[in-house]
Structure formats: C-alpha cells, structure tokens
Design a protein around this ligand. Structure first.
Ligand SMILES: Nc1nc2c(ncn2[C@@H]2O[C@H](COP(=O)(O)OP(=O)(O)OP(=O)(O)O)[C@@H](O)[C@H]2O)c(=O)[nH]1
Ligand SMILES: [Mg+2]
Length: 317
C-alpha cells in the first residue's frame, strides 16, 4: 500500500515495549522521556494499563506503549494485564522485546511471549536491559551480553539487538537510533507538549499505588488498587491554592487493610507523604492528599471491580 505521506520529511510511529514483568520496561520509558510517566517497583506486575508516552526527536516522533508484563496469569487481573499487552502488539510499527542481561535460559514466561511474538507480523527488536549488572562484574561482561543475544536470536526473527541500562541511562541513543528506521513517514500523532496519553489524575493514582507497592510485601502489593474520588487542581479551580486529592486504596481483605494503615496509621502516612512529594513535583502545585483504605473483597477476581478500577479497559468501550 502506498503511503500518502511519502516525502513529507517527518516520521512517526508506534513502538510497543513488551516483556515479562520486572525487566524494566517502565524504567526505560521514564529514562527515555526523562520524566516519570510510568511507575516502577521491584515487584512484578507493577504496570496495569497500557500507557502511551511520546518521544519527540528532530524530524520524528515515537509513541511508546508501556505494557503490563506478560506472565502466566492466575487471576482475572492477570488475564486482563496480559490481554492488554497482547492487543497492542499488532497495531505497532515495531515491538521492542525487553529482556535482562542476566538471562541465561528462556523461562516459561518468555516461552509464552516468544510463542506470541512468532505469530505477529510486526518487526522485532531485542532490547537487553540491566546491562549495568553484568558489566560491573570483572571479565566476561561482553561475552555474557553476546550470549543473551544468541539465546533469543535462535528463537525469533530479530531485526537487531540493543544493549541498555535504564538505571544508568546507557545505550538510549542507540535504542532511539535502532527504532528510527522503523517509523513510517507521516505527521506526528501528538502535539509536542504532550508526554503521556493519560490524565494527571491517572498518574496521581499510579504514584499513590507505587508508594503502597514500595512499602508493603508479599501478597499485599498486588492487592492494592487506587481510586481517585476527588481531584481539584488550581488549574481548574482558581480560588484554590493547593491541589486537593482524595483517594481510596482498595485492598482485598481486612488483614491487608490493617497492614496498609500500619501501627497508629504510620504506614498510610508514609505512603501519603512520599506520594505527595512526587505529585507536587509533577503537578507544580502544593498538594493536600487525603487517603482512605477500604476492603473490596477479592476485587482481582471480579470483572465488575476490574472495570470500576479502570483496569479491564475493553469493558469501557
Ligand atoms: N540494575 C538495574 N535495575 C533496573 C534497570 N531497569 C530497571 N531496573 C529495576 O527493575 C525493577 C523493575 O522495573 P520496572 O520498570 O517496574 O519493570 P517493568 O518491566 O515495567 O515491570 P512490570 O510493570 O511489572 O511489567 C525495578 O526495581 C527497577 O529499579 C537497569 O537498567 N538496571
Ligand atoms: Mg511496568
């Protein structure tokens, strides 16, 4: 099919970051955009929605889709996360398959991802993240990276491989350089002042969830969902001098509620303190944050609750 935009001198395309949970997809996006658009934690299954983020270069625009990690789902929540990630693959101009520098074998989650990637026609680029971990070790670093490349190259028709460290901000220019030839000619999708396709309110909810993930353990982090009940910004309400946010943290059981609140409310207070600082940086306003914790029994197993919490997005169309 001929491209009606051929010769306009601008290229723009959609690039999906896909991979198993915890490989650093969201960290990479944040570093590329030099802005915290997507939350990060050391726990798997941090990202729950496909988040589109815009990278503007000279004469080109890349719309990155950060996706939830593809894993073997145990819950309806898990299934919704995997479906969201898979749906974005076909529409893209390029899929960046993110893996880790320390991968020595292909695990069951990557087996699943490889099976899917073999069925999509979208070109594939291997992105090996966390190279800092391997290169810090004496000797053998380069050989180890070559081994990771061969491991995946043997299984997939890759267009290339790029070695990066989201943590150290290394290899990112090479990554953008490897993506550019895959961007079709065409006008930009977004104005150049847009960074992310989600409202401020969504990002605020995600930041609150990130702090809850950081400060809780075992099953609790996965059982937390955040809903913003009220969001009144001085941008919309000029009579206010602070951004007022009232949010509810949903958990699945009473015991989890006690954990999130903590002794004499200490943990909830700390979640609120850290979230407030990050939201103030992003919004550019002083923030008053009012946090509540409620039990919504087994919400991760309920289609209706997943919809209500904005996770099962196909239900909203
Ligand atoms: N050493 C090292 N750690 C990294 C790097 N990039 C990310 N991490 C860490 O890896 C963990 C997971 O990062 P995320 O960005 O949340 O990973 P993700 O792939 O988005 O995870 P899901 O959203 O759960 O699919 C965090 O603890 C990050 O700090 C890196 O380049 N080097
Ligand atoms: Mg993520």
């Amino acid at each position: 099919m001929s491209n009606p935009f051929a010769g306009i001198g601008f290229n723009a395309g959609n690039v999906v970051l896909a991979g198993r949970p915890n490989v650093g997809k969201s960290s990479l996006i944040n570093k590329l955009l030099d802005y915290k658009v997507s939350i990060v934690s050391e726990k798997p299954q941090t990202t729950r929605n496909v988040i589109r983020c815009v990278y503007n270069g000279d004469g080109f625009q890349i719309v990155f889709a950060d996706t939830p990690g593809i894993h073997l789902p145990k819950h309806k929540l898990g299934r919704a996360l995997v479906d969201a990630a898979l749906e974005s693959l076909e529409e893209a101009d390029l899929v960046c398959y993110v893996v880790e520098a320390e991968d020595r074998t292909i695990g069951p989650e990557d087996e699943e991802i490889i099976a899917v990637l073999r069925t999509v026609r979208t070109p594939l680029l291997l992105v090996v993240n966390k190279c800092d971990v391997v290169l810090e070790r004496k000797g053998g670093g380069e050989a180890a990276l070559a081994a990771v490349r061969s491991l995946y190259e043997a299984r997939l028709p890759l267009r290339g491989a790029v070695f990066v460290s989201a943590r150290m901000g290394k290899g990112l220019d090479a990554l953008v350089g490897a993506i550019r030839p895959h961007l079709p000619e065409g006008p930009p999708f977004y104005d150049d002042d847009i960074l992310v396709d989600r409202p401020e309110k969504f990002i605020a909810a995600e930041i609150i969830r990130e702090k809850a993930l950081l400060l809780t353990h075992r099953e609790v982090p996965h059982s937390v969902a955040v809903e913003i009940e009220e969001y009144k910004s001085p941008d919309e309400y000029p009579e206010r001098d602070v951004l007022f946010i009232r949010a509810t943290l949903y958990v699945e059981r009473e015991g989890q509620k006690r954990i999130v609140i903590g002794d004499a409310g200490a943990r909830l207070k700390e979640i609120g303190r850290r979230a407030r600082m990050d939201i103030e940086t992003l919004a550019g306003h002083k923030v008053y944050l009012d946090l509540w914790v409620k039990v919504r029994k087994d919400w991760r197993q309920s289609d209706a609750d997943l919809r209500m919490l904005g996770i099962e997005e196909r239900g909203r169309r």
